[in-house]
Design a protein around this ligand. Structure first.
Ligand code: ZN
Length: 107
């Protein structure tokens, strides 16, 4: 498992002291034994440091690494998959789109 991916997963955690999400540069991987990983995390905002032990499974990692909120995940979990018709519709839309996002999102 890539260390960069593991660090990205760790950014879903927040500092207990100041509440800010950790950044990948805040996380130092101390090592792992199979699914059990050991981290030293130093908050770049308030400088609080802590040790974290986490069990990281491949499937859990695939599920957890994204930038969706819990609300968005719930919404997308019941949505249909993107299919060929969706791609064709988007292609047709983009052919005629002039790039005016203000007009596109105007209420
Ligand atoms: Zn902090």
């Amino acid at each position: 498992m890539e260390e960069g991916t593991i660090k990205k997963l760790m950014t879903s955690l927040k500092c207990d002291t100041c509440g800010q999400h950790f950044k990948p540069t805040d996380v130092e991987i101390l090592g792992h034994r199979e699914e059990l990983w050991f981290f030293r995390v130093s908050c770049s905002i308030c400088t609080t440091a802590c040790l974290i032990t986490a069990s990281v499974k491949e499937k859990a990692l695939a599920d957890a690494v994204n930038d969706l909120t819990a609300f968005e995940l719930k919404g997308f979990s019941s949505a249909n998959n993107v299919d060929t018709d969706d791609v064709i519709d988007m292609r047709n839309f983009l052919r005629g789109f002039d790039g005016d996002f203000n007009a596109l999102f105007k209420p």
